[in-house]
Design a protein. Structure first.
Lengths: 89, 131, 374
């Protein structure tokens, strides 16, 4: 996984998150990546995103009461995280 | 030479400041509390007021409010002269238009004269009302 | 009865007993305790929490935490959820301990110290647990302490002001000429008064610093004028030790700054006084000021005894005095630099120094110009 594609992944995550959190998206997401993964945002991988989603879910659940919106947001992140699922032999 | 009003409840200090400032050539009037100060400014229009905060009868903040420094006397300079630095009263006095605060027990007479000179010549600081 | 027959019943009973135990544990916590699930809904609230907030269990359980537990600042403005400790606990995965203000059912504001942690099972967050304590009484005591300190310092300083003012007036000839012996006695009185003043200021500010009540009152000031006044105050002390003070504050062009002039003055007076005290007679001290677009830096340089290298990392510690100083000057408290560091922090600045034994010391204090502060 090269750093360019990692950076693109973060951009995609941010694009989705912007829709739900607005200007706070970058601060919200970068803090999670730094604190839970000990990485910079541009180092985020699909595998990292999978492990991060549980934390994103509990945090976002404090920012909106609408569980439908939370589910919608998390579903989109899951799709992004599983977009490059390795094929099993 | 300027007209200076000293508002200080400690009679010894009030007397001392009068002597010091008169020897610098200023015209000086003393008042022992805010109420006396309000009466004094009716007939004596000071260029500068040396104002203590903690006084009986009427304190420095109440005097400043009633005197309405910002709206009615914007040309008058007010020096807060207190021993209570870092207190909410000092901050409030800035909001009411006071120019600066000096700590009494830190300030020797020659420095007092100098600080007053600087304030009259507008050297020390900007008035609290400017943004 | 065989183990197989008694197994499920015993297990069920054990589960019931354990649940009752957990419930009793939660209920017995002496501080307020609240748990939430992964959706931010309140799952448990103990009696102490209900007492502090004024809500019943029924009003709370199942409710969304941000709606039910309202946090405000001291102007009663609601704090955004993204800035609240529980959200930070999830963002960081760590326990967050902070002071907060909660709004009770009746609209009263209650200051609390709280600690909130994610509840983890197999490293996955299932919710959060928060424990908090009403600190209204502690805050009241702090307020009273602060008021007492202000009043006590005022009471102590009033007679000192008279002693200082009249001694200076005598020595400066306001009451007529004084002979050399009288001058010497007066300088002794002034010196002692200044030491008392210094001690009162130091104790007062350290108490404030340690109880977190240092107040920063911003004013736009001319830094050079402030420096001139500081040096004017210290001329007498410097003259007593035949120490030359070089005021180099006019060397560079300076723009006005926005800071707390009294705190800045206290910092500079402390550093200059140290410089004078710890420099041999006939030595030199200088004060230079430089400014960038963001910061202003004051440098106090002396030709004194310097700070031994092996203790340089302790120089800002409370009560610390280097051995080479204690031998020569016994009246210091070891509080001066500890206080200076605290005041510099209050002004959001930084302090550092360069020193070599027998070659003097340079202290640097850098603070923001403060142009954007209100």
């Amino acid at each position: 996984m090269n750093s360019q594609s990692n950076a693109m992944l973060y951009d995609k995550v941010l694009k989705i998150t912007n829709v739900y959190l607005g200007p706070a998206a970058d601060r919200f997401m970068s803090r999670q990546i730094q604190n839970h993964l000990n990485k910079e945002p541009n180092e985020l991988t699909e595998k990292d995103l999978v492990s991060l989603i549980v934390w994103i879910k509990v945090s976002v659940s404090l920012l909106t009461e609408d569980s439908g919106i939370v589910d919608e947001y998390i579903t989109k992140l899951n799709e992004l995280a599983n977009a490059k699922t390795p094929t099993k032999s | 030479m300027a007209k200076i009003l000293i508002v200080e409840d400690d009679k010894d200090l009030n007397n001392a400041y009068c002597i010091i400032l008169k020897s610098e050539g200023h015209e000086v009037v003393g008042a022992f509390d805010g109420k006396e100060a309000l009466a004094a400014v009716e007939s004596f229009s000071p260029d500068l007021i040396l104002l203590d905060l903690l006084m009986p009868v009427m304190g420095g903040l109440e005097f400043l409010q009633k005197y309405d420094l910002i709206n009615k006397h914007p040309e008058v300079k007010v020096l807060i002269f207190t021993n209570m630095e870092n207190s909410p009263e000092v901050t409030k006095s800035y909001d009411l238009g006071a120019h600066r605060c000096i700590i009494k027990s830190w300030t020797a007479p020659h420095n007092l004269a100098r600080v007053i000179e600087d304030t009259l010549n507008n050297k020390a600081s900007s008035p609290a009302t400017t943004a | 009865m065989s183990d197989a027959q008694s197994g499920p019943d015993n297990t069920n009973q054990l589960i019931v007993e354990k649940q009752a135990e957990m419930e009793a544990l939660f209920t017995s916590i002496g501080d307020g305790a609240i748990t939430t699930d992964e959706f931010g809904k309140i799952t448990r609230i103990n009696p102490k929490a209900r007492q502090i907030l004024g809500f019943s269990e029924k009003e709370m359980i199942g409710g969304w935490f941000p709606n039910k537990i309202v946090a405000v600042n001291d102007q009663d403005k609601i704090i955004n959820m993204i800035d609240r400790p529980i959200t930070k606990a999830f963002l960081t995965g760590k326990t967050i301990s902070e002071k907060c203000i909660y709004r009770t059912k009746k609209g009263k504001l209650v200051p609390v110290n709280l600690s909130v942690s994610p509840i983890l099972v197999d490293s996955k967050p299932l919710g959060a647990i928060q424990v908090f304590r009403d600190i209204t009484l502690e805050e009241e005591v702090d307020r009273m302490k602060s008021e007492f300190i202000s009043l006590a310092s005022h009471q102590l300083r009033t007679p000192l002001s008279s002693i200082k003012t009249y001694s200076h007036m005598l020595i400066e000839g306001y009451m007529g000429d004084v002979n050399k012996d009288q001058q010497k006695s007066l300088r002794t009185i002034i010196g002692a008064t200044n030491r008392m003043n210094e001690l009162i200021s130091t104790l007062l500010n350290i108490t404030r610093m340690e109880s977190g009540t240092i107040r920063v009152s911003l004013k736009t000031i001319n830094a050079k004028t402030l420096v001139d006044e500081v040096i004017e105050e210290l001329n007498l002390l410097a003259n007593e030790r035949s120490i030359e003070i070089n005021n180099l504050s006019g060397k560079y062009q300076l723009d006005v700054i926005r800071t707390d002039p009294l705190l800045l003055k206290e910092i500079l007076i402390n550093l200059m006084t140290n410089g004078i005290k710890y420099t041999p007679e006939n030595g030199k001290i200088s004060l230079t000021v430089k400014q960038t677009t963001e910061h202003i830096t004051f440098c106090v340089a002396d030709s004194g005894w310097g700070i031994p290298e092996d203790v340089q990392n302790q120089i800002f510690s409370k009560f610390f005095r280097a051995k080479n100083i204690v031998k020569r000057e016994t009246t210091g408290t070891g509080l001066g630099l500890y206080l200076v560091k605290g005041l510099v922090d209050a002004l959001e600045g930084r302090i550092w120094f360069k020193s070599k034994p027998k070659h003097g010391t340079k202290f640097y204090v850098e603070i923001p110009n403060g142009k954007n502060q209100h």
